[in-house]
Design a protein around this ligand. Sequence first.
Ligand SMILES: [Zn+2]
Ligand SMILES: [Zn+2]
Length: 159
Amino acid sequence: MTSRRTSPTNDARLTLGELRKRCEAQALPLTGPRLAVLETLVGLQGTHPTADEVYACARDRGFHIGRATVYRALEAFVARHVLTKAAHAGTAMRYDGTLARHHHLVCLRCNGILDVADERLDAIPLPDTSKLGFAISDLQIQVRGICRACQEREQADQP
Ligand SMILES: [Zn+2]
Ligand SMILES: [Zn+2]
């Protein structure tokens, strides 16, 4: 079953220029290591990488950068709203360059996260949490299932 209103948000490609603009708007100085992390993130877009994945990819690209520096850079980006965190309970924190409202398809096999935009999900009203004293910042739907790659892998494994 498909819907015309459901579309991946990957058409909004993350560019280095866009990320630099976000840093400039927040007066966040673009040091060498931060720039290396941004360039690496552009190459990893759509994958919601963990800090370790960003570190490994940055090293593969030839950047001489330490693991702690990558962690610090990612946290600085989150603090200044250059990136956001894609939380998935029980797994390593993942970073997300898509700031616009969107939702996540979470694969239960590989823990991969795909972006999905759907105006029906956006229209879900916020719950009343006033009695719980909980201040809501946003509502993001996590749709869980098995991604295409994992389905194909499982079919190939069938005798
Ligand atoms: Zn998967
Ligand atoms: Zn996302």
